[in-house]
Design a protein around this ligand. Structure first.
Ligand code: FDA
Ligand code: NAD
Length: 444
């Protein structure tokens, strides 16, 4: 293959984790690296951005978020890293370039442009990709009005399709994060939504029945129809456009557009047979180092031991994890003697954190949803306009292992995080919630 460039550090992937890693490099190096020291290779055409904006601000009918406004690292209230920022800091952005193979023996990456890029240390930040309908035996993903949502390119397609469907019908396939957030965006764009998913309730691997009921009622009040326990078995298409979704029971749902959110898969395939794998991703230690000492992995693709969970290996597909593991890896690379080796044994000191914002709602979750769930507060969504506040604690051995809070203030969210982090006793937290007027709500 063609001769190519060599860098001391290469970040493979140009998403959230890559942006936060770049900022961490610049901070450690007091303003920048030497030219030729660090590059980011991304198959996207733009510098790293805050991916969560794609299903929220980016889809708004008015005042929508657009680049350069949401490049990393504004999501953590930090610097906005424009393409110019990378230039100013000596970081090479190799954009619109896909790595097609990796040779960890030679320490080289081969790109789709035919270049071989060598590294001293590699940070794998390839994230995840959307699962396709074809994986479930349904064809039609390529239709002009079928939308997935992972990249800016996908979001631009969805914006265009929504504009052409004003007042029409959308079928949303999947009741997970993408399904819920896109359904809310479609409603905001005055498109009628029918959500179809195989589970008994939305977000069923995570929400308790009571939490799910709250959001489903809220969505229903906004005009969203739920078809639960159902599967789309085919898409009826003509001239490259879908006209209806057909369910297993034969029902036909007319559709001016379809949005698909049926899960994600980590982009770890380049390293099959070269790196240890776990949980569908690349296995790393508490310093984000893979089974090859010169290779680190961060973000959605990395499975790491979590100290707070007793060293259990987990892989999270959430933005806070991408930001923190990216910083963790760069610190470990640039300060090998920071005590990290010691920490590496029990795992990374990370408190899992997920969140979502839809309509006027906003929830956060901290920790692990194991044990018994105890519900506090008001779970009645009223007309869909009422502000709600509730907390769900997951309890094991009398201690709070996980906590979900809807409608919390900044202070309340921080207190909730703190309670989980220190493994507060459920009695203590319950008393605190009751004193704030959040009563038990557990009678089913
Ligand atoms: P990320 O996917 O951001 O980046 C990976 C990059 O690698 C991409 O640029 C990709 O193109 C590139 N790449 C992959 N393979 C490559 C190859 N072979 N060659 C070159 N480049 C390659 N989380 C949350 O906590 N709250 C939220 O509200 C949301 N909202 C949200 C909305 C939407 C629409 C999505 C898709 C996701 C979210 N998330 C979220 C999840 C969050 O965005 C996700 O966890 C992070 O983006 C993960 O960051 P990474 O850098 O690991 O992957
Ligand atoms: P998900 O795993 O959250 O949800 C997948 C959904 O698809 C589930 O409801 C599941 O029941 C359903 N499903 C599975 N097979 C199906 C089938 N054959 N037909 C119909 N439905 C089926 O995944 P997602 O919502 O696609 O999200 C993709 C990625 O984006 C994830 O990594 C997610 O974490 C991330 N994301 C996160 C956020 C957030 O954290 N707020 C927001 C958007 C996206």
């Amino acid at each position: 293959s063609q001769m190519g460039r060599a860098f001391a550090y290469v970040i493979l992937g140009g998403g959230v984790a890559a942006g936060y890693a770049a900022l961490e490099f610049a901070r450690h190096r007091d303003g920048g690296v030497s030219p030729g020291e660090l590059c980011i290779i991304s198959d996207e055409a733009v510098a790293p951005y805050e991916r969560p904006a794609l299903s929220k601000g980016y889809l708004l009918p008015r005042g929508a978020a657009r680049l350069p406004g949401f490049h990393t690292c504004v999501g953590a209230n930090d610097e906005l890293l424009t393409e110019q920022w990378y230039k100013d800091h000596g970081i090479e952005l190799v954009l619109a370039t896909r790595v097609v193979s990796a040779d960890l023996q030679q320490k080289t990456l081969l790109t789709n442009t035919g270049e071989t890029i060598s590294y001293g240390t590699l940070i794998v930040a390839t994230g995840a990709r959307a699962s396709k309908l074809e994986e479930f035996g349904v064809t039609g993903s390529d239709a002009a009005n079928v939308c997935y949502l992972r990249s800016l390119k996908d979001a631009d397609k969805m914006v265009g399709v929504m504009r052409s469907c004003h007042g029409g019908n959308a079928v949303v396939i999947g009741g997970g994060y993408i399904g819920m957030e896109c359904a809310a965006a479609l409603v905001a764009n005055e498109i009628k939504v029918t959500m179809v998913f195989p589970g008994k309730r939305c977000m069923d691997r995570f929400f308790t029945p009571k939490i799910a009921e709250f959001y489903e009622k809220y969505y229903a009040a906004k005009g969203v129809t739920f078809i639960k326990g159902a599967r789309v078995t085919s898409l009826e298409a003509s001239d490259g456009r879908v006209a209806a979704a057909i369910l297993r029971d034969g029902r036909r749902l007319p559709a001016d557009m379809v949005v698909v959110g049926v899960g994600a898969r980590a982009n770890a395939g380049l390293f099959d047979g070269q790196l240890a794998m776990e949980k569908g991703g690349i296995r790393v230690n508490g310093r984000m180092q893979t089974s090859d000492y010169a290779v680190y992995a961060v973000g959605d693709v990395a499975a790491f031991p979590v100290a707070l969970l007793g060293g259990q290996v987990r892989r999270f597909e959430h933005v806070d994890c991408a930001r923190r593991t990216a910083r963790r890896a760069v610190a470990a690379i640039l300060e090998p003697a920071d005590g990290a080796a010691e920490q590496g044994k029990k795992g990374y000191d990370y408190l899992p954190f997920f969140y979502s914002r839809v309509f006027g709602l906003s929830w956060q979750f901290y920790g692990d949803n194991v044990g018994e769930a105890v519900h506090f507060g008001d779970f009645s969504p009223g007309s869909g306009h009422a502000t709600a506040k509730f907390v769900v604690l997951w309890v094991s051995g009398g201690r709070v292992s996980g906590a979900f809070i809807e409608g919390g203030s900044r202070e309340e969210n921080e207190e909730t995080a703190g309670a989980v982090r220190r493994g507060a006793s459920v009695a203590e937290v319950a008393a605190e919630l009751l004193s704030r007027g959040l009563a038990f709500a557990d009678q089913e």
